[in-house]
Design a protein around this ligand. Structure first.
Ligand SMILES: Cc1ncc(C[n+]2csc(CCOP(=O)(O)OP(=O)(O)O)c2C)c(N)n1
Length: 531
């Protein structure tokens, strides 16, 4: 007779969830026993890494991913990156073991008495099935919940004595739509406002990339003759940054953002919150006389926008429809974006010089994963993203995502057969939050490149303290870390590159390697301004 475990694996197989990211414990062993040969268990040495690897894998494969965590302590370790998955809007199926139902009342070691509350509020649905036999159907529901807009993580707590129970008949393998079209009447109103605008501006966010809408975004900009900004602090890139209409990334503070949009009478924001701010620099959200139109597939994002009119709809479907509705324009074309001056020469390298070198050696199909807080502006100034689905960072502000996410993305590149090279730029502080992801990269022999700008400090926190005038903060320096030894200890190649020439040579070698390479680059420890 089929067990709950049999039925669950059949369902996972049917849903294409045959890669399981995880870190096992006793509460997961009954699920993992006799692990099927057609499944792949990706071992992460800490749950933070397991969650972010699954997140990167899901984003890069454009499919949900399954991560199996240990009961309460393991789920706790994974929480930081679950917060990030929530903000990233990544469809993750998170399962965690639970102690045996028969003992739960007396709360034995490893019981998670309030398991479903633990993952809240950073999941769309959190559930512990009432009966063992409900596990497969709960999984089907979890899947359907995760993939519908707004996509996001879900959580199931699964008692360890459920797996050998006799199964009910398998649940129906269901499908759900993963995008919805905008209300046609409101869409026409939006089109009329944009058509009547003399100086429209477009702001595109990560959801444009998630809905594969780069071509529609370009069509709309070219039809309108409108300049394009990236929404502030985007977790993905949504427009070819070498396009003459591209203006850059909007600043992530209220007053400077409004200032950047000065002169525009209409601002159309697609696929982003309005707006993702960071330091509080008060002001008006928009320049005088501007009105804002907002397209999002997330009702909460629409509800919390402080200004503007919102329209619910998939960004790609909405952009396509707008292109069709809008007339040819007689507006002049926007001025062309100018390339930055060459970076300052000399050693140690400036962050700008480091990234200019990286840009010179950048493979055309390269994928950039970024977690380099204070050097983000320099990186984005020097290295322009030109292709879809090739820039990833965290939407949350939580460190410890980038390195394991890059491992998940590199694995996805291999599993999908695309084999695009993946380069992660990870600050020497950020490096440590999920450092054990390096071991998984080395075990899987992933050709991942990790460039670490080494400034031996939490530079962005110094910049924040300067902006907010809070001197004397302790704990902002981190000297004395041997990154090369760490990387080698986890099985990666490691080469310090301190000149543009060594960096170029090291990148060229690493791009041909069949294993991960960590490249620490000592940089000038100057503190860039926050904005
Ligand atoms: C999980 C988590 N812990 C702490 C922080 C606070 N924090 C933000 S940036 C930062 C320093 C990052 O240092 P590094 O990666 O070296 O980049 P740098 O600012 O020097 O460019 C810290 C500790 C955070 N964002 N997330």
């Amino acid at each position: 007779m089929a067990t709950v475990r049999d039925t669950t694996y059949d369902l996972l197989r049917s849903l294409g969830l045959t890669t399981v990211f995880g870190n096992p414990g006793s509460t997961e062993e009954p699920f993992l026993q006799d692990f099927p040969a057609d499944f792949h268990y990706v071992l992460a040495l800490q749950e933070a890494s397991a969650v972010a690897m699954a997140d990167g894998y899901a984003q890069a494969t454009r499919r949900p991913a399954h991560v199996n965590l240990h009961t309460a302590p393991g789920t706790g370790n994974g929480m930081g990156n679950l917060v990030t998955a929530w903000h990233n809007r990544t469809p993750l199926i998170v399962t965690a073991g639970q102690q045996s139902r028969e003992m739960l009342l007396l709360e034995p070691r490893l019981a998670s008495p309030r398991a479903t509350e633990l993952a809240q509020p950073y999941v769309k649905w959190s559930h512990e099935p009432v009966r063992a036999q409900d596990i497969p159907a709960a999984l089907m529901r979890a899947y359907a919940t995760a993939v519908q807009p707004p996509t996001g993580p879900v959580f199931l707590s699964l008692p360890m004595d459920d797996w050998q129970q006799p199964s009910d008949p398998p649940p129906q393998l269901r499908t759900v739509a993963t995008r919805y079209a905008p209300d046609p009447r409101r869409l026409r109103e939006f089109a009329e406002i944009v058509a009547a605008s003399r100086t429209p501006a477009l702001v595109f966010g990560a959801a444009v990339d998630r809905s594969r809408a780069w071509p529609a975004a370009v069509d709309l900009a070219e039809k309108l003759h409108a300049p394009v900004w990236s929404a502030p602090a985007p977790e993905r890139a949504s427009f070819p940054e070498d396009h003459p209409y591209f203006r850059g990334v909007l600043p992530y503070a209220i007053a400077p953002l409004a200032e950047a949009l000065r002169g525009h009478d209409t601002v159309l924001v697609v696929g982003a919150p309005v707006f993702r701010y960071y330091p509080h620099l008060p002001g008006t959200h928009l320049p005088d006389g501007a009105r804002l139109l907002h397209v999002t597939d997330d009702p909460e994002e629409a509800a919390r926008a402080p200004v503007g009119e919102s329209l619910l709809g998939d960004p790609g479907l909405t952009l396509d429809a707008l292109v069709d509705l809008l007339p040819v324009t007689d507006r002049p074309e926007p001025a062309t974006r100018t390339a930055p001056d060459p970076p300052r020469a000399g050693l140690p390298l400036t962050a700008d010089a480091l990234f200019a070198t990286l840009a010179r050696h950048w493979p055309a199909d390269g994928v950039l994963v970024q977690e380099s807080p204070s050097n983000l502006a320099a990186l984005r100034r020097r290295l322009w993203i030109r292709r879809p689905a090739s820039y990833f960072t965290m939407a949350s502000g939580g460190l410890g995502f980038g390195l394991p996410a890059a491992v998940g993305i590199a694995l996805a590149e291999r599993d999908t057969g695309r084999r695009r090279p993946v380069v992660a730029v990870i600050g020497d502080g950020s490096f440590h939050y999920s450092v054990q992801a390096l071991w998984t990269a080395a075990r899987l022999r992933l050709p991942l490149i990790v460039v670490v700008p080494v400034n031996q400090q939490y530079a962005i926190l110094k910049a924040f303290a300067a902006l907010k005038d809070t001197p004397g903060v302790p704990g902002l320096d981190l000297p004395g870390v041997d990154l090369t030894a760490l990387a080698r200890g986890y099985g990666c190649a490691a080469v310090v590159a301190d000149t543009p020439e060594t960096l170029g040579d090291t990148l060229a070698t690493a791009l041909l390697a069949d294993r991960p390479t960590v490249i620490p680059v000592p940089i000038d420890p100057e503190i860039p301004t926050l904005l």
